[in-house]
Design a protein around this ligand. Structure first.
Ligand code: GCU
Length: 398
């Protein structure tokens, strides 16, 4: 018998989810047009003002410089590019994107884009990947140490991805906004907001990381080797919360993947299983806007829930993955956000995941434009996850 280390009981905390197709004024959404013109904007407004904050527009002076390029990556499998994506004229604010493009290609290729935790060099054995520059390291989270190469390589199965015909690109999230609370002076907020006073709806750190993903997509749009209409945005854990928000705010992302995003990502907040709002807002006060804190311990008062964040991706393909030992992220709640968003996919003529029995471990499910699996094991990204993401992406991006 299979032992699940999470509670498989969908109702271990009885809750009622808000209906994504019910307008605030009580009307029911019946058409795609009404969703696009009325309900989606209403929900985006809610998510912006109550959760992630209002993201700014374009950077004042977005420009790109290829710092290094070689067609010899991984024994000639791929072309590597390392690119400085600058947000201002003085290049005080920038990120460094690491990109691999498969050499065996007939035309522009689809791509995966995601942020990483420990620096580009930590995602691979490739010895030519540059270390984070000293000015960046100085601003990274306190205690951040340049680690050896490849410490997070298991999360980035580059050769596997490239052999399946996809390009892949990543940057260190610290480049955009270091992951600690310093009053929003250490990252792009300073550039974009200047001295503008902050309020309850001001954008916070997850929103900044998502904004960084959009700037990378701006760059990918300039690359003739890349089919920028086929870019999947991916993220793990806090960066999975980020990929969902990037997919919501930037509809150019063709497909969205949440890997173990948990609380304030894919997991239904009202279940209060594993991490809760109170805990996340206490431990990471810089991730969400201040208004979000009003829902600490009052999840049932939220006028939305996380299935509606998933619904923001519709009708684009969305994949939610969990890990069996990752009770903190509430795999059951992550699954139920797909079920809760299915009605919105239906509106667009696609089936969705509606089975109220949580799938077994390592039984991936794809219905219409929704995908899901629970990998056996710990909170992480592994080859098994990438195998599912590639086969899901093959349906839509090939
Ligand atoms: C903590 C946090 C989670 C987050 C995770 C991660 O566990 O509580 O919300 O997803 O870190 O980013 O690894």
């Amino acid at each position: 018998m299979m032992v699940l280390s999470y509670s498989a009981n969908a109702q271990d905390n009885p809750y009622e989810l808000p209906d994504p197709l019910k307008m605030e004024d009580g009307r029911t959404v019946r058409t795609k047009r009404q969703w696009i013109k009325e309900r989606r904007p209403e929900l985006m407004e809610m998510l912006r003002s109550q959760m992630f904050g209002r993201e700014p527009g374009q950077a004042p002076d977005l420009h790109f410089a290829v710092l290094e390029e070689s067609p010899e990556a991984f024994g000639g499998l791929a072309t590597r590019k390392q690119v400085k994506i600058s947000f201002d004229k003085e290049e005080k604010y920038y990120l460094t994107l690491l990109m691999y493009i498969p050499n065996d290609r007939k035309g522009p290729v689809p791509a995966f884009l995601g942020a990483n935790f420990k620096g580009n060099h930590a995602t691979t054995t490739d010895p030519y990947v540059m270390l984070p520059p000293p000015d960046k390291v100085a601003t990274f989270a306190p205690g951040y140490q340049i680690e050896e190469r490849n410490t997070n390589g298991h999360r980035w199965e580059y050769e596997y991805i490239l052999k399946h015909g996809y390009a892949v690109a990543t940057f260190c999230y610290n480049d955009v906004d270091p992951d600690f609370h310093d009053g929003f002076h250490n990252g792009v907020h300073k550039l974009m907001d200047g001295d503008k006073p902050r309020n309850g709806e001001s954008w916070a750190t997850i929103s900044a990381w998502a904004w960084g993903l959009s700037r990378c997509l701006d760059f990918l749009e300039t690359q003739k080797e890349i089919d920028a209409k086929k870019v999947a945005v991916i993220g793990h854990s806090r960066l999975g919360k980020t990929s969902l928000w990037a997919g919501a705010t930037d509809q150019r992302f063709a497909l969205v993947i949440s890997n173990d995003s948990g609380c304030s990502g894919a997991a239904i907040a009202r279940r209060k299983h594993g991490e809760t709002l109170e805990v996340i807002n206490r431990n990471f006060p810089h991730w969400f806007c201040d208004n979000y804190k009003a829902y600490n311990g009052r999840e049932e008062k939220m006028p939305w829930d996380q299935h509606e964040l998933i619904a923001m991706i519709a009708p684009r393909p969305v994949y939610v993955a969990s890990a069996s030992e990752d009770d903190w992220a509430d795999p059951v709640g992550e699954y139920f956000s797909l079920v809760g968003a299915a009605s919105v996919y239906n509106l667009f003529g696609y089936e969705g995941i509606t089975d109220r029995n949580v799938p077994e471990i390592e039984h991936p499910v794809v219905v219409g434009r929704m995908g899901h699996h629970i990998r056996r094991g710990e909170h992480n990204v592994r080859l098994y996850d990438w195998q599912q993401y590639i086969s899901f992406a093959d349906r839509f991006l090939k």
